[in-house]
Ligand binder design. Structure first.
Ligand code: SAH
Ligand code: SF4
Length: 352
């Protein structure tokens, strides 16, 4: 397999092409014009184009299909060079606005949910991605290409920044080096310029890797998939909790460098009759004491073959009310794209 040109942060690309100023030009073609062929890079000399053609691939992804949900969510299924598939989801957070003359006054706001692995090793009992086991890590270029493809497909100009959440398939911190390269490549000012403050890494809680990511001090946002407040239940839901228990995760979060204006997000997947009782809400309040936290309550999205159920709206609201009444910022996440299986935990590898 040839390397993809999306694998390289600008500094690295400068070491690979001569003279180094060509790297910026290449970046502009890749991330401002979204070209899919080196031959479209008009101000790059033919000899360099030929060299690039020989050494690198541009897009490591082939689109297999895309489906649009009633709420504007789009799910893309991509095939990688080795035939495995991944999914990426474009979430429309706000519609565009027009004035009475039909002129655009506000652009739509997007968040893209990207994958970092084919499958996942963590093996959460409630997650569809886990069912297919772990296949492999994505390269930085395969992570970056998901965003470039969507921007090109939806004609989103490079200066319309949007947000990135690492909440698709896989455990991002289990693929730390590709993840950190991707974060860097996305934030290059000569490229997409999506600052780390617009990027959120969601993790099931590999505390030692949270520490490592924190030490890099990238300015990234952190989301912890907590889902349970005691270790016995959390081990049932997330087997890896045996190695990284709740106390170790909370210790890592307390050390993690977070922008003063930002909060650490705690995702709490609410499963009917499993973790939806007020006693759990009470423990959660205690656990988050002293942390600038925001809790995102997620309805469990059922799928065929699962024994878990979706909680009632009433239960969800009482849980949320308890948190809010005890000083914890809490929102109930409205699942987008359920009709096309693009909601959280509904992404999986597709077998042709
Ligand atoms: N591996 C990372 C990121 C990908 S999962 C993590 O676990 O955080 C993204 C989110 O989807 C997680 O919060 C996960 O708990 C949630 N999720 C998984 N299965 C789900 C399901 N069936 N219904 C709702 N959310 C689910
Ligand atoms: Fe992996 Fe996240 Fe799914 Fe758990 S919820 S199996 S960590 S993708």
């Amino acid at each position: 397999m040839r390397a993809t040109i999306y694998d390289y942060p600008l500094e690295e690309l400068k070491n690979l092409v001569k003279p180094p100023f060509r790297a910026k030009q290449i970046y502009s073609w890749l991330y401002h014009n979204y070209v899919s062929s080196f031959d479209d890079m008009q101000n790059i000399p033919k000899t360099l184009r030929a060299e690039l053609n020989e050494k690198y691939e541009i897009s490591p992804l082939k689109i297999v299909k895309s489906e649009e949900s009633d709420d504007g969510t789009i799910k893309y299924l991509f095939e990688l060079a080795d035939g495995h598939t991944i999914e990426t989801v474009l979430l429309k957070m706000k519609d565009e606005k027009f004035n009475e003359n039909g002129e655009l006054i506000h652009h739509a706001k997007y968040t893209v949910c990207i994958s970092t692995q084919v499958g996942c090793k963590v093996g959460c009992s409630f997650c569809l991605t886990a069912k297919g086991g772990f296949i492999r890590d994505l390269s930085a270029g395969e992570i970056v290409a998901q965003i470039v493809y969507i921007k090109r497909d939806k004609h989103i100009e490079h200066n319309r920044r949007g947000n990135i959440v690492y909440m698709g398939m896989g455990e991002p911190l289990d693929n730390l080096s590709a993840l950190t390269s991707a974060i860097k490549i996305f934030s290059e000012l000569d490229g997409l310029a999506i600052s780390p403050r617009r990027q959120t890494v969601s993790t099931s809680g590999l505390s030692s890797k949270i520490d490592k990511l924190g030490e890099m001090d990238l300015g990234i946002n952190l989301a912890i998939s907590l889902h349970a407040v005691d270790d016995t239940l959390r081990e049932e839901l997330i087997p890896m909790n045996k190695a990284y228990n709740i106390a170790s995760i909370m210790a890592a979060v307390r050390k993690f460098p977070i922008d003063k204006r930002k909060r650490v997000m705690f995702e709490y997947l609410v499963i009917d009759n499993i973790n939806d009782d007020i006693a759990s809400a009470k423990k959660l309040v205690k656990l988050l004491h002293g942390i600038n936290a925001k809790v995102n309550l997620i309805y469990f999205n059922p799928y065929e073959g699962t024994s878990y159920g979706r909680p009632s709206v009433k239960k969800m609201e009482s849980f949320s009310d308890y948190l809010i009444n005890h000083g914890i910022l809490s929102t109930i996440r409205q699942s987008k794209g359920i009709d096309i299986s693009a909601a959280c935990g509904q992404l999986r590898e597709q077998t042709q």
